[in-house]
Design a protein around this ligand. Sequence first.
Ligand code: PHE
Length: 498
Amino acid sequence: MAEQQFWSSRTTFILAVVGSAVGLGNLWRFPYIAYANGGGAFLIPYLIALLTAGIPLLILEMGVGYKTRAGAPLAFRKLLGGRYDIAGWIAALIAFLIVTYYAVIIAWSVDYAFFSLDLAWGSDPGAFFYGSFLGLSEGVSTFGTINMLILAGAVVAWLWIYFSIFKGVRSVEKMVWITVVLPWLLIIVFVIRGVTLPGAMDGIAYYLTPDFGALLNIDVWIAAYGQIFYSLSLGMAIIIAYSRFLGEEQDVVKNGIIIAFANSFTSIFAGLAVFSTLGYLAHVNGVAVTEVVRSGIELVFVTYPAAISALPVAPEFFGVLFFIMLVTLGIDSAFSLVEATSAAIQDYIRKPEWLINGVICVVAFVVGTFYMTSSGLYWLDIVDHYIMYFLLILVGLSETVFIGYVYGPPKLRAFVNQFSDWRIGRWWDYCIMLIVPGFLAIALLINVVDGITNPYGGYPGFANLVGWGIVITIPVLAVIISFLVKEPPAGDEDVVSE
Ligand code: PHE
């Protein structure tokens, strides 16, 4: 291993993990999911999911990274031996695949920060986004050429990502002060701007009015667990990679709980910005709030621009701020993904970190050009769907089964409790052995059945075949890598003892 580095303070470690967790999903995924699954009542399953799955799994991944001081593949090999590293390789490969398109969304945001200067989307932001900007093609198989504006945005995004990590922890620690604190401040700005607009309260009422009947619906609970899992960046080798830099005698449990609550609070709070603005947009257009509610890409690149244009004062200014917020929300999630991939490689290839990170960034950038073509948006949607619905769950399931049934939760629990201000009890073992794998197994089953009976997104058969191809290829690739790599020279002396 390259010379051992450590986080220089507890705060920077927390900020780095929060930076990964707090991403676009807090803004475009959580508020919508809450709205669609019981409004204020959703907070109950959400909180239960946080306590019984999010925090337990976060602590598990932190413990695994800290104890082994290794990236995900080597971490599982050190703990369990044999071929258990396969799950780590799947996670590292997923992280790489995700960042190839996550960075493209950041690239769009960079472009939109410039478009905001003169509200370039005009009076029809939808036509602008899909037509003039993306030049979206008729269908998945009409690729067209690479969009130069997006390419330029991606260059900015990737330079920023690389600059944030090229010296590993030393760079990350400095950057997170910007990429975590700035979006937080901007979310506050947008909440204040939002709630002081006419119609805001109507929007917020849609977001938070509880529908307790929803709690009887199993889908609502699955949405809650799914959101927690995705939001905390679990199953992507990230938390393991970041935790391998924890110094001597570090707290795990309390750090994990702080991180988890900071992330959830950000989501709930960001929902106020989103729904107050949607309320305003509905008010301006004289339609019901339900007419304007959107999530994901459509929310931030179509609906928000419309709302920004409608702002009574300085719309250009708020537009620029909004897209800077998106970029800074996304950038630390993106570089955490690169770190996750890089950690896996660094354990096996003894080359300087700046070089390994540089190669990953360049390759991911080049692969990402695929998503900059005219059909890029379709493919981004397809690949994201298949990763999130199958591979991510597979990794989470493997992790909990490995620790729950092979390694033994009490051993890891004793380790993480050692230097923690707060200690976890036996309940954690049950979460790791039963609740988390139980939920993930059910979700995987439902998704597989659903995926087979109901091909995703109305895309043609071959596009869905590519999706399934990825779901099968990644694990196969992970097995091949596992057999190809040689035991790294470092041996076991890095394992932090109990
Ligand atoms: N946790 C991030 C969010 O909620 C999403 C993310 C996805 C982060 C992939 C890292 C990797 O937006």
